[in-house]
Design a protein around this ligand. Structure first.
Ligand SMILES: Cc1cc2nc3c(=O)[nH]c(=O)nc-3n(C[C@H](O)[C@H](O)[C@H](O)COP(=O)(O)O)c2cc1C
Length: 242
């Protein structure tokens, strides 16, 4: 066999390509369930971080944190047109919905329970545009459905050091205690350009400091928080003090 012939070289290249592609495809397929499980665990950790059940970088082993989620968090499907929980639908049903009107109508809320099994924290999924990307995260509200417990973002493509500072624990620490209601009006929480003036009650209650050099991302966060709170309003209103 002439191993220097064009036919041999071409054939060799084809065999190597096919073998490598097959190996890659098999590996990717084999790893998919592991990757999906890791992504789901990451999501659960974010829900619990927003809810204050775990701290950032909690050192407990994965199995323990997964058990904590199973014990303390329930996910409910809310029909946001009425604010009612739809007990017949599961979060997976919502994830599988394809029609835009269904996706807008049904949202999943994660509810963290206290030791007695009462609703303690409502964790709402939030998402919207920043500068470069869509940011995905969670906003957690206390049982009054008014006071912020925490915020996390688990996926975005903003610039590290600029818009990416939405992940900075020091910035996220500015959110707990802010309120989304001004009297009976839903105002949300706005990210201010600059530093909040604590002497101004409206700023102290409903604003957090901006991230310098990242005003576009910050404005995006203000908008997405308000839009998703508006979407959940019929549900949240059931918990607001009359
Ligand atoms: C390479 C590059 C990356 C940037 N990334 C972001 C970003 O992630 N988020 C953001 O709001 N602004 C980003 N900016 C800056 C915006 O263009 C804009 O100047 C900024 O949002 C204005 O914020 P400031 O008024 O606080 O300076 C980036 C700019 C450059 C040149």
């Amino acid at each position: 066999m002439n191993i220097n012939s064009n036919g041999y070289v071409l054939g060799f290249a084809v065999v190597v390509c096919v073998a490598m592609s097959a190996a890659l495809a098999i590996t990717a397929n084999a790893l998919k369930p592991i990757q999906d499980a890791a992504a789901e665990f990451d999501r659960q950790k974010n829900v619990m971080t927003a809810a204050g059940l775990v701290v950032e970088g909690d050192p407990r082993p994965r199995a323990e944190l997964e058990q904590l989620y199973a014990d303390r968090v329930v996910e409910r499907v809310v029909d946001v047109t009425t604010g009612e929980v739809d007990a017949k639908l599961k979060p997976a049903d919502v994830a599988a919905m394809r029609k835009p009107e269904d996706r807008a109508r049904y949202r999943v809320v994660a509810v963290a329970k206290d030791a007695q099994g009462n609703d303690e924290v409502f964790v709402l999924p939030i998402s919207g545009k920043g500068l470069w990307s869509t940011l995905y995260g969670y906003l957690a509200l206390e049982k009054d459905a008014d006071t912020v417990r925490g915020i996390t973002f688990y996926k975005h493509g903003e610039t590290p050091g600029l818009g990416g500072e939405v992940d900075n624990p020091n910035w996220k620490a500015k959110w707990p205690g802010k309120t989304i209601l001004d009297g009976a009006q839903l105002v949300g929480v706005a990210v201010k350009k600059g530093v909040v003036d604590a002497a101004i009650p409206r700023e102290k209650a409903h604003m957090v400091d901006g991230l310098s050099g990242a005003t576009i991302t910050c404005n995006g966060v203000t908008k997405l928080v308000k839009a998703d709170l508006e979407a959940f309003k019929p549900y949240l209103a059931k918990f607001w003090k009359k």
